[in-house]
Design a protein around this ligand. Structure first.
Ligand code: F3S
Length: 282
């Protein structure tokens, strides 16, 4: 008989679950209209669910003229919160506590006189928010090859975007260390991403068919799908159970399921239930 397993680490991380709870509570209790500044997470189904419970999407601050404004897990520069409060909006901060730690480390290293480098993806909202908490001279470093082109002071401080890999951090630190007198690294990588990727790879390697659940526009879900496809030829990235095709499961004994960090548990449960139905021939 067939065996359906969900990866050990799958779906919404701590920060996303927390933000979803805060947003749903705001939809029910906060001063309306309630807006999130940017999509709360990269998952169209969740954004739609939130809209039906009274939480709308504001692309910019100008779309939210009154009521309540929710800051998403990525965080923002402090000026955005100040500007929202100055307009009289109630600000509900759903910034992930792990992202807050990056902000605090960036601010502290800057205060202590270190030249601050942020390891991460230039232009990503989380990185923009981190830069806003550091001094004006903080710089983003995307990969080790960029270190040669940097003008470095004797004392350099490093913080890291939460979703970066340990390998990239090591490479950049190795390139920096010989060029400075003092290097202080605060490793602010969040383990959720790595845990999901490792568990997905293990499960995919043991599965005949692997289903990856999450927004097609979610970078971390797409990355999971790539990792699974490398270990299991029959890997399918879906947003909802409606996309499941019974043909995928013909002759499959081991079926694996994983989900990106922006996928709530309910979506995983629905996909699992639908696969059970398909495999029992209903
Ligand atoms: Fe927070 Fe880590 Fe998720 S930083 S939002 S718990 S991926």
């Amino acid at each position: 008989t067939a065996n359906i397993r969900v990866a050990d680490h799958a779906g919404a991380c701590y920060g996303v679950e927390r933000a979803l709870k805060l947003a749903r509570r705001c939809g029910a209790e906060a001063t309306p209209p309630v807006h999130t500044l940017g999509p709360l997470i990269h998952n169209p189904l969740v954004v739609r669910d939130l809209a039906s419970s009274g939480v709308e999407l504001a692309e910019t601050l100008d779309d939210a003229r009154e009521g309540t404004l929710i800051i998403r897990t990525h965080g923002v520069v402090p000026e955005v919160v100040d500007a929202a409060r100055a307009r009289g909006l109630d600000v509900v901060d759903a910034t992930c506590p792990y992202v807050k730690k990056v902000h605090d480390a960036a601010a502290q290293l800057t205060r202590e006189g270190y030249q601050l480098l942020v390891i991460g993806e230039a232009g990503h909202p989380e990185v923009e928010g981190i830069l806003g908490h550091a001094g004006a001279r903080a710089q983003v470093v995307g990969e080790a090859s960029e270190v040669a082109g940097l003008t470095l002071k004797p004392r350099v401080g490093v913080v890291v975007q939460t979703t970066q890999t340990a390998q990239r951090l090591s490479e950049i630190v190795a390139a920096l260390a010989p060029r400075v007198r003092e290097l202080r690294v605060v490793n602010t990588i969040c383990k959720a991403t790595e845990e999901r990727q490792r568990a997905a790879a293990e499960l995919a390697a043991a599965s005949d068919c692997m289903i990856v659940v999450g927004g097609k526009n979610s970078g971390n879900t797409r990355r999971l799908a790539e990792i699974c496809a490398a270990a299991c030829a029959s890997t399918h990235h879906i947003e909802s159970e409606d996309e499941l095709d019974p043909a995928w499961f013909a002759g499959a004994y081991e079926v694996g399921i994983t989900a990106g960090a922006s996928t709530p548990q309910e979506h995983i449960d629905r996909v699992r239930a639908r696969i059970e139905q398909i495999m029992s021939g209903e």
